[in-house]
Design a protein around this ligand. Structure first.
Ligand code: NIG
Ligand code: FE
Length: 411
């Protein structure tokens, strides 16, 4: 099955040779062709070029993209999409003056989601999560990382991870799973953090590894949640099973989570709303991808990750949604890209790089996703007729997507 897209006004993020990520000044370069074609064979990108070099081929299907822009689908490297119910009431409580921290201390927050998830069957959890997967695919996401972390008990954590596995099997979007057993402390362990970590490390982690349910390990390294010492203990245990760290750090306070992540060769360190100069220094000369989650800053009214400081220091940056019921009930990468431009002063080129190739890197998918490159997965967005690619972030709150192709097929 071959599909030919012709007369593309701008074909974005093209590569002759796949690169793993883009850093610093390189992030302001977004390679593209004007008046281009794109040829797909089954689920793979076969060829691309300018229309005057279009080879003489008869495709099974031809799509005329005149006036439209084609770009790789978004790579959302940080989400908590598998959850039960919602936390709409906490949203209203925050409007009325309570803080995220106060709500969590009153038994709300992550523990509220855990209570709901523990009482929800695997089938029902799958059903609710599948709705969100369909929603983000329509919004142009072609690869997504999903964390556990609302189970907070062995069976419930495994239930979440099995749902993630089933979603990956049943949908054309690529899904990577992360074990986040250390997301919050269950009430019954209120005064026994090390006891809870014992369970995560000695009971849940071995089962996660045995059933091959996760590739990555995460922990909420934050004041009031898990310390740097807890983080080091967990990452050390997880490394024995080959799980690679992708960790929550520096969301509300900077306590050394970046250093712990880099020491344990984390693939990414995520959030980074609070960044000290030493955190930026630590990230230099590492392969760890910093990941910003601007929709979370927007929804909680907390500071935005200092993207300019990070990129101007020569570092790479990825953008992701953090889709979850408490701090970011949205999986819209189009909004993330706009918000990064508007609030974090990233240019459209930097934001698109951060949401495609660097997002792919932050999930270990840079060889197959994140760019238009021969041999990579045929995952791409065709926009409506728009004047130029800058119009994508400019149209904040709207998306300009007409069609999404995943694995070579229009969804
Ligand atoms: O990434 N910060 C930790 N975890 C999630 C929010 C969890 C929740 O409130 O349910 C986050 O923001
Ligand atoms: Fe998160």
């Amino acid at each position: 099955m071959t599909t030919l897209i012709t007369n593309i006004k701008e074909l974005l993020q093209i590569e002759d040779y796949p690169k793993s990520r883009v850093c610093g000044k390189e992030m302001s370069i977004l390679p593209f062709l004007k008046n281009a074609f794109l040829l797909i064979e089954n689920d793979i990108i076969k060829n691309f070029g300018t229309m005057n070099n279009l080879p003489n081929i008869i495709a099974n299907k031809t799509v005329n993209a005149e006036g439209k822009i084609v770009l790789p689908t978004w790579c959302d490297s940080h989400t908590h999409i598998v959850f039960a119910g919602n936390r709409e009431q906490e949203f209203v409580d925050r409007i009325n003056g309570l803080t995220y921290e106060e709500i969590a201390n009153n038994g709300g927050g992550i523990l509220n989601s855990a209570k709901k998830l523990q009482a929800t069957s695997e089938e029902e959890l799958y059903k609710q999560s599948a709705v969100r997967i369909k929603e983000i695919m329509k919004l142009g996401t072609g690869a997504v990382e999903i964390k556990s972390g609302y189970g907070l008990a062995k069976d419930a954590e495994l239930k979440m991870l099995r749902v993630i596995k089933k979603l990956n099997e049943n949908f054309p979007i690529t899904i990577k799973a992360t074990f986040l057993g250390a997301h919050a402390l269950p009430i019954e362990f209120k005064n026994n953090k090390s006891g809870y970590l014992d369970i995560v490390i000695n009971e849940t982690l071995p089962s996660v590894a045995k059933e091959n349910l996760a590739e990555f390990i995460d922990i909420f390294c934050e004041t009031g949640y898990f310390s740097v010492e807890d983080t080091e203990r967990l990452l050390k245990a997880a490394s024995k099973y080959g799980l690679i760290p992708k960790i929550h750090v520096n969301q509300f306070t900077a306590i050394g989570g970046v250093q712990a992540g880099v020491n344990f060769k984390a693939l990414s360190v995520d959030h980074l709303e609070e960044m000290r100069d030493e955190d930026i220094e630590t990230l230099k000369n590492s392969k760890t991808m910093p990941v910003a989650l601007p929709s979370c800053s927007y929804f909680l009214s907390i500071p935005y990750t200092p993207a300019r400081k990070i990129i101007d220091a020569g570092l790479p940056l990825a953008l992701a949604t953090d889709y979850n019921p408490g701090s970011t009930p949205s999986g819209n990468m189009n909004f993330v890209v706009s918000t990064a431009c508007i609030k974090m002063k990233m240019t459209p080129e930097e934001a698109i790089n951060a949401a495609t190739i660097n997002g792919a890197y932050a999930m270990g998918l840079e060889k197959t996703h994140g760019s238009i490159c021969k041999g990579k997965k045929a995952n791409f967005i065709i926009t409506e007729k728009i004047p130029s690619y800058g119009f994508i972030p400019y149209s904040f709150g709207n998306h300009k997507i007409e069609q999404v192709f995943l694995e070579g097929i229009a969804i």
